[in-house]
Design a protein around this ligand. Structure first.
Ligand SMILES: Cc1cc2nc3c(=O)[nH]c(=O)nc-3n(C[C@H](O)[C@H](O)[C@H](O)COP(=O)(O)OP(=O)(O)OC[C@H]3O[C@@H](n4cnc5c(N)ncnc54)[C@H](O)[C@@H]3O)c2cc1C
Length: 311
């Protein structure tokens, strides 16, 4: 076992016992993490991981918690936050180097302001670069994997760089899922005047569309289910949201959890929802979509603190 004192002797930053994950997820749901570590810089983060590894204690990196459902009983082992430790970025010509804890929306806005194209459509995604790279986050025709040049990971006690050619990026997934991502290099494209204006209009439209089609001001974790992928195509005819809507499930509730009535693939926390209630809705939706369409929906959100998926 590890004591708080030992952790604080090893790293600079904050170490909390039994911190509620409600404060660290966009759904505002979740029990406590045994250890909650917010390291000061990359070396502190790596030292924390190395200590947890040496004691065989599980740990999970969390960015902004915008794609997470955390169990009501919390998380065994440690949650390590990346926002502060891995929060630096720099530009050199068309290449951006950024830590995994950097806000993706901020980076998308800043690069576009510098007339660099490639991630401008991702301005509405509220997570970190690390979460985005691992999940291959995307929106409105752009995916982060398309511009990743390299990814720095922590692997067996040291950092190493994986070139993009050795990484597989798929629809909302990547081969990086079992890695600790420290940062990434993104190769962007210099935008000329006319092209930039056109992209600016597209970004505006996309952000306006989000404001209309998504419950932006209520706690949620974005799309709950991945859109079904058919061999050789990115999506089947219907999106997950369209299928859930066709089943008449918009607005249904389990306790404080509700299927959004503006976007059927989003579950909102109406105030005091439990993870168990979100999970009940997930199982109900899966069952109804399976019966009506014969499609087995897969989760896009990640479960934290769950031994296995129960439905
Ligand atoms: C309102 C809203 C809108 C959204 N819109 C979109 C959208 O348009 N497109 C889209 O793709 N997603 C969208 N999302 C989902 C989410 O924002 C993205 O998946 C985002 O990339 C997750 O980043 P995060 O930092 O919040 O990750 P977290 O939720 O903190 O973590 C997600 C997963 O990544 C892992 N992870 C995080 N950081 C690291 C790291 N440094 N190294 C290794 N593993 C790590 C975690 O352990 C976890 O398994 C939306 C979410 C919300 C709430």
């Amino acid at each position: 076992m590890i004591s708080t004192e030992e952790l604080l002797d090893t790293i600079r930053g904050d170490v909390l016992l039994g911190e509620s994950m409600k404060e660290h997820t966009s759904l505002r749901i979740g029990g406590c993490a045994d250890f909650f570590v917010d390291p000061l810089d990359p070396d502190d983060l790596c030292r924390a991981i190395s200590l947890f590894e040496s004691r065989n204690l599980p740990f999970t990196l969390v960015g902004r918690g915008t794609n997470l459902l955390v169990h009501d009983d919390g998380v065994r082992g440690a949650v390590i936050l990346t926002k502060r430790a891995l929060g630096r970025h720099s530009f050199k010509k068309n290449t951006v180097t950024a830590g995994a804890g950097v806000s993706l929306a901020m980076l998308a806005e800043k690069t576009f302001s510098a007339s660099l194209g490639g991630i401008e459509m991702l301005q509405g995604i509220p997570g970190t670069l690390g979460g985005a790279v691992v999940m291959n986050a995307g929106a409105y025709g752009q995916e982060i994997g398309d511009v990743v040049s390299w990814v720095e990971v922590y692997d067996q006690g040291k950092s190493r760089v994986i070139p993009a050619s050795d990484i597989e990026f798929g629809y909302r997934q990547s081969s990086l899922e079992d890695y600790t991502v420290l940062g990434s290099g993104l190769k962007l494209k210099k935008l000329a005047g006319g092209e930039r204006d056109e992209r600016a209009g597209m970004c505006r439209d996309a952000l306006e569309k989000r404001a209309v089609c998504q419950p932006l001001f209520l706690p949620n974790a974005g799309s709950i289910f991945r859109n079904p992928v058919m061999p050789g195509k990115s999506h089947s005819g219907l999106t997950a949201g369209q299928m859930i809507d066709a089943c008449g499930l918009k607005g249904i509730r389990r306790g404080g959890a509700m299927i959004s009535d503006v976007h059927a693939n989003i579950i909102i926390n109406t105030g005091d929802a439990k993870a168990a209630e979100v999970f009940e809705l997930i199982c109900h939706v899966k069952d109804r979509v399976w019966k009506m369409f014969g499609v087995a929906l897969e989760l896009e959100i990640k479960l934290l603190g769950y031994e296995k998926t129960l439905c």
